[in-house]
Design a binder for this molecule. Sequence first.
Ligand code: CP
Ligand code: NVA
Length: 308
Amino acid sequence: MNLKHFISIHDISVAEFHELMDLALKLKKEHKAGVKHTMLEGKTLGMIFTKSSTRTRISFEVGMYQLGGHPMYLNANDMQLGRGESIYDTANVMSRFVDGIMIRTYDHQDVLDLAKFGSVPVINALTDHLHPCQAMADLMTVYEHKGKLEGLKLAYVGDGNNVAHSLLYACAKAGMHMSVATPKGYECDAEVVKNAMEDAKETGAVITVTNDPKEAMKDADVVCTDTWTSMGQEAEKAERVKIFQDYQVNKELFALAKEDAIFIHCLPAYRGYEVTEDIIDGPMSVVFDEAENRLHAQKAILVALMGK
Ligand code: CP
Ligand code: NVA
């Protein structure tokens, strides 16, 4: 694997996608068997956060420790970045100290600039546009529960956001069909859909977009949703709650998927809004396996980018 950064799954090849997935599964298995990994001994990961996080911060920190490396949590508000220092200077300075940079922020361009101006690998830990680490963990979870990815169908119902975008790219690389249902005006970015459809030609995945949640759910092996109000959209919450009502993943909607369909959600979840309790806390839900797999999927990414 010759990965320089991990910013978008659209940028990686089908072979690299599978290599990362295989490595994640191997690292998980070995870790559970008590194998001690030292691939990142002496390496430091600078982790910049301008948004809140539970899973991402914890899984990256623990992942670095488990690989023998050192994670450094950096709240952007405590950095000069938060007072207006440029991405250019931040990238250059950090590259003199750390072996890799993980960033969670608003503007996707900031992540691209960090990679462009710095000289160390950059990992996208969520922007307003994409959440690629999440999509790797999501498909790893699907693979563990279904024994394959190719030919399965994932239905995503809700907001056409960062999580949906990265799932489109991941499904296209995995040869998984994906149907996205969003309200009018909340569709996925047209360029992401176009890119995913282009990528899908290589693997035979079928990507469809609709405004009809029932249509998306048909024959789904995996059902996914995400919060209706992402970080940074808090002012729109009341309006969104009204608009998204028909896109709630509840018993009636879930019944349209295959009988053995599983439910995934990146978390944090808002029960009673995008999903009902009987679904997210029911037997079809694998959300905590999915959360755990953030750790293993990201360890594979860290090893691929920074490992010896
Ligand atoms: N799913 C996810 O990225 O969770 P956090 O916001 O808690 O990191
Ligand atoms: N779409 C959500 C994902 C949170 C992990 C957000 O951006 O807030």
